[in-house]
Design a protein around this ligand. Structure first.
Ligand code: ADP
Ligand code: MG
Length: 328
Protein backbone atom coordinates (compact mmCIF):
# COMPACT_ATOMS: atom_id res chain seq x y z
CA UNK A 1 0.00 0.00 0.00
CA UNK A 2 2.91 2.34 0.66
CA UNK A 3 3.99 2.03 -2.99
CA UNK A 4 0.49 3.08 -3.95
CA UNK A 5 0.64 6.17 -1.76
CA UNK A 6 3.97 7.13 -3.31
CA UNK A 7 2.45 6.88 -6.76
CA UNK A 8 -0.57 8.93 -5.70
CA UNK A 9 1.69 11.66 -4.38
CA UNK A 10 3.62 11.53 -7.65
CA UNK A 11 0.43 11.76 -9.69
CA UNK A 12 -0.91 14.74 -7.81
CA UNK A 13 2.42 16.48 -8.21
CA UNK A 14 2.56 15.99 -11.97
CA UNK A 15 -0.91 17.44 -12.23
CA UNK A 16 -0.12 20.32 -9.95
CA UNK A 17 2.53 21.75 -12.26
CA UNK A 18 5.06 24.40 -11.34
CA UNK A 19 4.91 28.13 -11.00
CA UNK A 20 7.47 30.50 -12.53
CA UNK A 21 9.77 30.60 -9.49
CA UNK A 22 10.96 27.18 -8.38
CA UNK A 23 9.54 25.87 -5.13
CA UNK A 24 11.61 24.25 -2.41
CA UNK A 25 10.62 20.65 -1.99
CA UNK A 26 10.84 17.72 0.42
CA UNK A 27 9.65 14.12 0.55
CA UNK A 28 9.10 12.56 3.92
CA UNK A 29 7.56 9.54 5.53
CA UNK A 30 5.21 10.27 8.44
CA UNK A 31 1.77 9.18 9.65
CA UNK A 32 2.38 5.83 7.93
CA UNK A 33 2.42 7.43 4.51
CA UNK A 34 4.62 9.19 1.97
CA UNK A 35 4.30 12.95 1.90
CA UNK A 36 5.56 15.64 -0.46
CA UNK A 37 5.82 19.32 0.35
CA UNK A 38 6.37 22.02 -2.27
CA UNK A 39 6.70 25.50 -0.95
CA UNK A 40 7.24 28.71 -2.88
CA UNK A 41 9.30 30.04 -0.02
CA UNK A 42 12.64 29.25 1.60
CA UNK A 43 14.32 26.30 3.35
CA UNK A 44 13.21 27.58 6.75
CA UNK A 45 9.55 27.39 5.61
CA UNK A 46 10.14 23.82 4.54
CA UNK A 47 11.77 22.97 7.87
CA UNK A 48 8.85 24.54 9.78
CA UNK A 49 6.30 22.40 7.93
CA UNK A 50 8.37 19.22 8.19
CA UNK A 51 8.92 19.64 11.93
CA UNK A 52 5.23 20.32 12.47
CA UNK A 53 4.31 17.10 10.68
CA UNK A 54 6.77 15.00 12.75
CA UNK A 55 5.64 16.70 15.97
CA UNK A 56 1.96 15.90 15.30
CA UNK A 57 2.81 12.36 14.14
CA UNK A 58 4.49 11.69 17.49
CA UNK A 59 1.47 13.08 19.31
CA UNK A 60 -1.37 11.51 17.36
CA UNK A 61 -0.57 8.01 16.16
CA UNK A 62 -2.68 5.52 18.13
CA UNK A 63 -0.49 2.67 16.85
CA UNK A 64 2.74 4.20 18.20
CA UNK A 65 3.05 3.22 21.87
CA UNK A 66 4.98 6.41 22.66
CA UNK A 67 2.32 8.79 21.34
CA UNK A 68 0.13 10.90 23.57
CA UNK A 69 -3.00 9.30 22.12
CA UNK A 70 -1.66 5.83 22.82
CA UNK A 71 -0.78 6.81 26.39
CA UNK A 72 -4.30 8.19 26.85
CA UNK A 73 -5.75 4.96 25.47
CA UNK A 74 -3.73 2.86 27.95
CA UNK A 75 -4.36 5.05 30.97
CA UNK A 76 -8.02 5.76 30.15
CA UNK A 77 -7.65 9.29 31.39
CA UNK A 78 -5.45 12.35 30.90
CA UNK A 79 -5.19 16.09 31.22
CA UNK A 80 -5.18 17.38 27.68
CA UNK A 81 -3.65 20.49 26.24
CA UNK A 82 -2.77 22.06 22.91
CA UNK A 83 -3.46 20.05 19.78
CA UNK A 84 -4.76 17.00 21.59
CA UNK A 85 -7.39 18.99 23.45
CA UNK A 86 -8.41 20.81 20.26
CA UNK A 87 -8.57 17.59 18.27
CA UNK A 88 -10.55 15.73 20.92
CA UNK A 89 -13.11 18.52 21.14
CA UNK A 90 -13.27 18.89 17.34
CA UNK A 91 -13.56 15.14 16.84
CA UNK A 92 -16.48 14.88 19.27
CA UNK A 93 -18.29 17.74 17.58
CA UNK A 94 -17.56 16.43 14.03
CA UNK A 95 -18.85 13.04 15.14
CA UNK A 96 -22.08 14.60 16.39
CA UNK A 97 -22.38 16.65 13.21
CA UNK A 98 -22.06 13.53 11.03
CA UNK A 99 -24.45 11.53 13.27
CA UNK A 100 -21.62 9.25 14.33
CA UNK A 101 -20.49 8.24 10.81
CA UNK A 102 -17.11 9.78 11.63
CA UNK A 103 -16.34 8.37 15.06
CA UNK A 104 -12.99 8.87 16.86
CA UNK A 105 -13.70 5.89 19.14
CA UNK A 106 -13.45 3.24 16.39
CA UNK A 107 -9.97 2.14 17.50
CA UNK A 108 -11.06 -1.12 19.25
CA UNK A 109 -12.77 -2.11 15.97
CA UNK A 110 -9.76 -1.06 13.89
CA UNK A 111 -7.60 -3.30 16.13
CA UNK A 112 -10.06 -6.19 15.94
CA UNK A 113 -9.69 -6.11 12.14
CA UNK A 114 -5.89 -6.03 12.60
CA UNK A 115 -5.20 -2.85 10.65
CA UNK A 116 -2.62 -1.28 13.01
CA UNK A 117 -0.54 -4.48 13.20
CA UNK A 118 -1.11 -5.61 9.58
CA UNK A 119 -2.19 -8.93 11.13
CA UNK A 120 -5.55 -8.93 9.44
CA UNK A 121 -8.51 -10.83 10.77
CA UNK A 122 -12.15 -11.04 9.70
CA UNK A 123 -14.08 -10.90 12.97
CA UNK A 124 -17.04 -13.12 13.77
CA UNK A 125 -20.34 -11.47 14.69
CA UNK A 126 -19.70 -12.56 18.29
CA UNK A 127 -16.37 -10.71 18.31
CA UNK A 128 -17.98 -7.61 16.79
CA UNK A 129 -20.79 -7.71 19.36
CA UNK A 130 -18.23 -7.64 22.16
CA UNK A 131 -16.46 -4.56 20.78
CA UNK A 132 -19.37 -2.50 19.43
CA UNK A 133 -20.59 -1.41 22.91
CA UNK A 134 -17.21 0.39 23.38
CA UNK A 135 -17.80 2.56 20.30
CA UNK A 136 -19.42 5.99 20.43
CA UNK A 137 -18.50 9.46 21.65
CA UNK A 138 -20.76 9.00 24.69
CA UNK A 139 -17.82 6.97 26.05
CA UNK A 140 -15.59 10.08 26.01
CA UNK A 141 -16.09 12.25 29.08
CA UNK A 142 -14.60 15.68 28.64
CA UNK A 143 -14.55 17.93 31.65
CA UNK A 144 -12.66 21.11 30.90
CA UNK A 145 -9.24 19.85 29.87
CA UNK A 146 -9.63 16.46 31.60
CA UNK A 147 -10.73 13.48 29.56
CA UNK A 148 -11.83 10.09 30.81
CA UNK A 149 -12.57 7.15 28.52
CA UNK A 150 -14.97 4.39 29.54
CA UNK A 151 -13.08 1.11 30.13
CA UNK A 152 -12.06 -0.43 26.80
CA UNK A 153 -12.82 2.67 24.74
CA UNK A 154 -9.84 3.97 22.74
CA UNK A 155 -9.37 7.00 20.51
CA UNK A 156 -8.16 6.97 16.90
CA UNK A 157 -7.57 10.24 15.10
CA UNK A 158 -6.49 8.40 11.92
CA UNK A 159 -9.38 9.83 9.93
CA UNK A 160 -8.56 13.48 10.77
CA UNK A 161 -4.86 13.54 11.71
CA UNK A 162 -3.55 14.22 8.20
CA UNK A 163 -6.18 16.87 7.53
CA UNK A 164 -5.56 18.53 10.88
CA UNK A 165 -1.82 18.45 10.23
CA UNK A 166 -2.02 19.84 6.69
CA UNK A 167 -4.22 22.66 7.97
CA UNK A 168 -1.74 23.42 10.76
CA UNK A 169 1.09 23.52 8.20
CA UNK A 170 -0.93 25.76 5.88
CA UNK A 171 -1.67 28.16 8.74
CA UNK A 172 1.98 28.24 9.82
CA UNK A 173 3.17 28.87 6.27
CA UNK A 174 0.66 31.68 5.75
CA UNK A 175 1.80 33.23 9.06
CA UNK A 176 5.36 33.07 7.74
CA UNK A 177 4.31 34.97 4.63
CA UNK A 178 4.77 32.11 2.17
CA UNK A 179 3.27 32.94 -1.22
CA UNK A 180 2.17 29.44 -2.18
CA UNK A 181 2.48 25.81 -1.17
CA UNK A 182 1.24 22.43 -2.26
CA UNK A 183 1.21 19.96 0.62
CA UNK A 184 0.46 16.36 -0.23
CA UNK A 185 0.12 14.26 2.89
CA UNK A 186 -0.40 10.81 1.39
CA UNK A 187 -3.15 11.92 -0.96
CA UNK A 188 -4.61 14.54 1.41
CA UNK A 189 -3.82 17.65 -0.59
CA UNK A 190 -3.72 21.13 0.89
CA UNK A 191 -3.03 24.17 -1.28
CA UNK A 192 -1.82 27.45 0.14
CA UNK A 193 -2.07 30.82 -1.62
CA UNK A 194 -1.36 31.37 -5.32
CA UNK A 195 1.68 30.31 -7.33
CA UNK A 196 3.96 33.10 -8.58
CA UNK A 197 2.69 32.68 -12.16
CA UNK A 198 -0.90 33.11 -10.95
CA UNK A 199 -2.02 29.77 -12.38
CA UNK A 200 -4.70 27.66 -10.70
CA UNK A 201 -4.09 24.43 -8.81
CA UNK A 202 -5.04 21.27 -10.69
CA UNK A 203 -5.17 18.13 -8.59
CA UNK A 204 -6.00 14.63 -9.78
CA UNK A 205 -8.63 12.41 -8.19
CA UNK A 206 -7.28 8.86 -8.14
CA UNK A 207 -9.03 6.22 -10.22
CA UNK A 208 -10.20 3.75 -7.53
CA UNK A 209 -9.56 0.81 -9.88
CA UNK A 210 -6.12 2.00 -10.89
CA UNK A 211 -5.05 4.57 -8.30
CA UNK A 212 -1.88 5.58 -10.13
CA UNK A 213 -4.13 7.16 -12.78
CA UNK A 214 -6.45 10.12 -12.34
CA UNK A 215 -10.12 9.48 -13.10
CA UNK A 216 -10.82 13.24 -13.00
CA UNK A 217 -9.18 16.53 -12.07
CA UNK A 218 -10.26 19.45 -9.92
CA UNK A 219 -8.98 22.90 -10.81
CA UNK A 220 -9.32 25.71 -8.30
CA UNK A 221 -7.47 28.64 -6.82
CA UNK A 222 -6.42 29.73 -3.36
CA UNK A 223 -5.99 27.89 -0.05
CA UNK A 224 -8.08 24.72 -0.04
CA UNK A 225 -8.06 21.15 1.20
CA UNK A 226 -8.88 18.26 -1.10
CA UNK A 227 -9.25 14.99 0.75
CA UNK A 228 -10.24 11.58 -0.61
CA UNK A 229 -11.42 8.55 1.33
CA UNK A 230 -11.68 5.30 -0.55
CA UNK A 231 -11.79 1.61 0.20
CA UNK A 232 -8.90 1.06 -2.25
CA UNK A 233 -6.47 3.01 -0.04
CA UNK A 234 -5.95 0.26 2.52
CA UNK A 235 -7.47 -3.20 2.41
CA UNK A 236 -6.79 -6.89 2.62
CA UNK A 237 -8.22 -9.93 0.91
CA UNK A 238 -9.43 -13.09 2.59
CA UNK A 239 -11.19 -16.05 0.96
CA UNK A 240 -11.91 -14.06 -2.17
CA UNK A 241 -13.43 -11.10 -0.35
CA UNK A 242 -11.88 -7.68 0.08
CA UNK A 243 -12.06 -5.78 3.40
CA UNK A 244 -11.03 -2.13 3.66
CA UNK A 245 -10.13 0.19 6.52
CA UNK A 246 -13.10 2.57 6.72
CA UNK A 247 -15.51 1.04 9.18
CA UNK A 248 -19.18 1.69 9.72
CA UNK A 249 -19.28 2.39 13.49
CA UNK A 250 -22.83 0.98 13.65
CA UNK A 251 -22.04 -2.47 12.27
CA UNK A 252 -18.28 -2.66 12.80
CA UNK A 253 -17.94 -3.74 9.15
CA UNK A 254 -16.12 -1.97 6.30
CA UNK A 255 -18.63 0.46 4.78
CA UNK A 256 -20.14 -1.01 1.59
CA UNK A 257 -22.72 1.12 -0.17
CA UNK A 258 -21.68 1.34 -3.81
CA UNK A 259 -19.16 4.15 -3.26
CA UNK A 260 -15.60 3.60 -4.41
CA UNK A 261 -14.38 6.95 -3.13
CA UNK A 262 -15.44 10.36 -1.87
CA UNK A 263 -13.40 13.50 -2.41
CA UNK A 264 -14.19 16.56 -0.31
CA UNK A 265 -13.15 20.08 -1.25
CA UNK A 266 -13.27 22.47 1.67
CA UNK A 267 -11.34 25.43 3.04
CA UNK A 268 -10.37 23.49 6.18
CA UNK A 269 -8.24 20.32 6.10
CA UNK A 270 -9.51 18.83 9.34
CA UNK A 271 -13.17 19.19 8.34
CA UNK A 272 -12.44 17.87 4.81
CA UNK A 273 -10.79 14.78 6.30
CA UNK A 274 -13.56 14.03 8.80
CA UNK A 275 -16.26 14.60 6.17
CA UNK A 276 -14.61 12.42 3.50
CA UNK A 277 -14.52 9.51 5.95
CA UNK A 278 -18.09 10.15 7.16
CA UNK A 279 -19.54 10.48 3.64
CA UNK A 280 -17.81 7.30 2.56
CA UNK A 281 -19.50 5.53 5.49
CA UNK A 282 -23.04 6.83 4.87
CA UNK A 283 -23.16 6.40 1.08
CA UNK A 284 -24.29 8.65 -1.76
CA UNK A 285 -27.93 9.35 -0.88
CA UNK A 286 -27.30 10.29 2.76
CA UNK A 287 -24.15 12.18 1.76
CA UNK A 288 -26.21 14.31 -0.64
CA UNK A 289 -28.71 15.05 2.15
CA UNK A 290 -25.80 16.01 4.42
CA UNK A 291 -24.33 18.30 1.73
CA UNK A 292 -27.71 20.01 1.35
CA UNK A 293 -27.77 20.67 5.10
CA UNK A 294 -24.25 22.21 5.18
CA UNK A 295 -22.57 25.09 3.40
CA UNK A 296 -18.94 24.35 4.10
CA UNK A 297 -17.89 21.81 1.45
CA UNK A 298 -18.28 20.35 -2.03
CA UNK A 299 -17.78 16.72 -2.98
CA UNK A 300 -17.08 14.33 -5.84
CA UNK A 301 -18.43 10.80 -5.53
CA UNK A 302 -17.05 7.88 -7.54
CA UNK A 303 -19.23 4.79 -7.55
CA UNK A 304 -18.04 1.20 -7.87
CA UNK A 305 -19.48 1.17 -11.42
CA UNK A 306 -17.27 4.23 -12.14
CA UNK A 307 -20.13 6.70 -12.52
CA UNK A 308 -19.22 10.09 -11.06
CA UNK A 309 -21.38 12.63 -9.23
CA UNK A 310 -20.32 16.15 -8.28
CA UNK A 311 -22.09 18.63 -6.05
CA UNK A 312 -23.16 21.80 -7.88
CA UNK A 313 -20.57 24.05 -6.24
CA UNK A 314 -17.63 22.13 -7.68
CA UNK A 315 -19.08 20.95 -10.98
CA UNK A 316 -17.38 23.81 -12.88
CA UNK A 317 -14.05 22.81 -11.34
CA UNK A 318 -14.24 19.15 -12.36
CA UNK A 319 -12.55 18.11 -15.59
CA UNK A 320 -11.40 15.16 -17.71
CA UNK A 321 -14.46 13.02 -16.96
CA UNK A 322 -18.18 12.67 -17.53
CA UNK A 323 -20.32 13.27 -14.48
CA UNK A 324 -23.76 14.07 -13.12
CA UNK A 325 -24.28 17.28 -11.19
CA UNK A 326 -26.06 17.10 -7.84
CA UNK A 327 -28.16 20.24 -7.41
CA UNK A 328 -28.93 21.70 -4.02
P1 ADP B 1 -6.94 7.55 5.07
O1 ADP B 1 -6.37 7.61 6.46
O2 ADP B 1 -6.63 6.32 4.31
O3 ADP B 1 -6.66 8.78 4.29
P2 ADP B 1 -9.50 8.18 6.21
O4 ADP B 1 -9.22 9.61 6.44
O5 ADP B 1 -10.87 7.88 5.69
O6 ADP B 1 -8.51 7.50 5.21
O7 ADP B 1 -9.28 7.48 7.61
C1 ADP B 1 -9.36 6.09 7.77
C2 ADP B 1 -8.75 5.72 9.12
O8 ADP B 1 -9.56 6.27 10.16
C3 ADP B 1 -8.75 4.22 9.36
O9 ADP B 1 -7.50 3.68 9.01
C4 ADP B 1 -9.04 4.10 10.84
O10 ADP B 1 -7.87 4.26 11.60
C5 ADP B 1 -9.94 5.27 11.10
N1 ADP B 1 -11.38 5.01 10.86
C6 ADP B 1 -11.97 3.98 10.21
N2 ADP B 1 -13.30 4.13 10.17
C7 ADP B 1 -13.57 5.29 10.81
C8 ADP B 1 -14.77 6.00 11.11
N3 ADP B 1 -15.97 5.56 10.73
N4 ADP B 1 -14.64 7.18 11.80
C9 ADP B 1 -13.44 7.64 12.20
N5 ADP B 1 -12.29 7.01 11.96
C10 ADP B 1 -12.35 5.85 11.26
MG1 MG C 1 -10.64 11.21 6.69
Amino acid sequence: MKKLTLLLVFLALILAGCGAAEPVEADLFAMDTVMNLRIWGDREDLRTATEEIHRLDTLLSAANSGSSVSQLNSAGMAKLSGDLLTLTRDAVSLSEKTSGAFDPTVYPLVCLWGFPSDEYHVPTQEELDKVLPLIGTEHIRLNGDAVTLDPGTMLDFGAVAKGYTSQRCADLLLERGVQAALLNLGGNVQTVGTKPDGSSWTVGIADPENPTDAIATLTFSGSMALVTSGGYQRYFEFLGNSYHHILDPETGMPAENGLASVTVLCDNGEIADAYSTALFVIGLDKAVEFWKSQNDFEAVFIMNDRTIYATAGCSDLLGNCEFTVIER
